[in-house]
Design a protein around this ligand. Structure first.
Ligand code: GDP
Length: 404
């Protein structure tokens, strides 16, 4: 297996105040890039990210932050939550392959989620929904799932049910593994699997049945097992969940509290399991010589094709955030900007982590990196070899469910 299928380029989108910053901070913490937890204020809220940035001199949400979780390399691409449809939002959506949609368990789907949803649909971006703030009074995940359907037409398939309500929210029942998942430790850092509590066994069985029912329409094998009331292997459920998520037929729904650290780690697991790798995207470009559309190949040996998607002033000067779609980008090589026709040397290649930058020599297809020393405009395509391509639009393949 190539490493390519272990790359996840994701965005985190949310209505303001639903906990995107807190969740991002926790993701960076768990993936080891922030070693110190944000100080907890009296009201239990973490510092906001401006304070955190000041304290550490880092950019928590830079244009793209690279982290690792288990065997996965996850690039988190900043997805501006603008209400207005902007080129910038569009561009960030071109670059990511999947997203986490953060929703407040009380506020649910709000107007801004609707705008972002429309944009994500255009780019056919598969998503996982995370219902945050499960600890708040009035938290109602069922209502949020109904709103997903009513307001966004999104078929949310809950993979969990909560254990305890509001301030007594303790953890979740994982409906795939059929285990209770608790979050122990001061801040809930440690994940502990346990038997499902007696008083939830019936509800969990019913919720699992409903989950399998929704998924059985994508697989005859599953449908047969369900009809015959046979045991369904976890692997089969995960395969169907992945395929149905990639084709955007469903959106898996998970839940937790970002600032109490409940549910963040299972969410990261789900990013690996259910969201697409660059291999799952079908990338189209325009061949400017032939004036026709062409499909790029995620082959590291093919000529390099990539796009500058954001220019940012970082502490070490202006950097160009870049995604490689085809071939291998090499430090010190020259590439042609197909808009201006100019050749430019890519002097320094960097991976940006939350609290450090790493100099790298090469970047392969699907990789996201920052380049120092080129004079790009956002949206420019760079190519190597004899190619003369412009990346115009990116499509995910039509939904194909290939399960027997
Ligand atoms: P953003 O605007 O989406 O980036 O949201 P923030 O991460 O800044 O969070 C908004 C507010 O909600 C802050 O006061 C957070 O401390 C609080 N918050 C975030 N996650 C949770 C949670 O899980 N439960 C509760 N009760 N509050 C939370």
């Amino acid at each position: 297996m190539s490493k390519l299928d272990l790359i996840r380029n994701i965005g985190i989108s949310a209505h303001i105040d639903s906990g995107k910053t807190t969740l991002t901070e926790r993701v960076l913490f768990y993936t080891g890039k922030i070693h110190k937890i944000g100080e907890v204020r009296g009201d239990g809220a973490t510092m906001d990210h401006m304070e955190l940035e000041k304290e550490r001199g880092i950019t928590i949400t830079s244009a793209a932050t690279s982290v690792t979780w288990g065997k996965y390399d996850i690039n988190i691409i900043d997805t501006p939550g603008h209400v207005d449809f902007t080129v910038e939002v569009e561009r960030s959506l071109r670059v990511l392959d999947g997203a986490i949609l953060v929703l407040c368990a009380v506020g649910g789907v709000q107007s801004q989620s609707i705008t972002v949803d429309r944009q994500m649909k255009r780019y056919r971006t598969p998503r996982i929904a995370f219902i945050n703030k499960m600890d708040r009074a009035g938290a109602n995940p069922d209502a949020v799932i109904r709103q997903l359907k009513d307001k966004l037409g999104v078929v949310g398939v809950p993979l969990q049910i909560p254990i305890g309500k509001e301030s007594n929210f303790e953890g979740v029942v994982d409906l795939v593994q059929m285990k209770a998942v608790y979050f122990d430790g001061d801040r809930g850092e440690t994940v502990r699997l346990d038997e499902i509590p007696e008083n939830l066994k019936e509800a969990a069985a019913a919720a699992r049945h409903e989950m399998l029912d929704s998924l059985s329409m994508f697989s005859d094998e599953l449908m047969e097992l369900v009809l015959e009331e046979q045991e369904v292997p976890e692997e089969l459920i995960n395969t169907i969940l992945r395929e149905a998520t990639l084709s955007q037929d469903i959106t898996p729904v998970m839940m937790g509290t970002a600032y109490r650290d409940k549910g963040v780690q299972p969410l990261l697991d789900a990013v690996g399991k259910y969201l697409p790798s660059p291999l799952d995207r079908d990338i189209h470009a325009t061949d400017l010589d032939k004036e026709e559309e062409t499909t790029l190949s995620p082959d590291p040996k093919a000529p390099m094709v990539g796009m500058a998607f954001k220019l940012v002033d970082e502490q070490f000067g202006q950097v160009t955030y870049f995604r490689v779609y085809q071939g291998t980008l090499k430090k010190a090589e020259q590439y042609i900007n197909t808009r201006s026709g100019r050749k430019q040397r890519f002097a320094r290649l960097l991976k940006i982590h939350a609290d450090e930058t790493e100099e790298i020599d090469t970047a392969g297809p699907g990789d996201i990196l920052a380049i120092v020393g080129i004079d790009a405009s956002s949206g420019d395509t760079y190519v190597g070899g004899d190619t003369n391509y412009a990346l115009e639009s990116i499509h995910v393949p039509e939904p194909v469910i290939s399960l027997a």
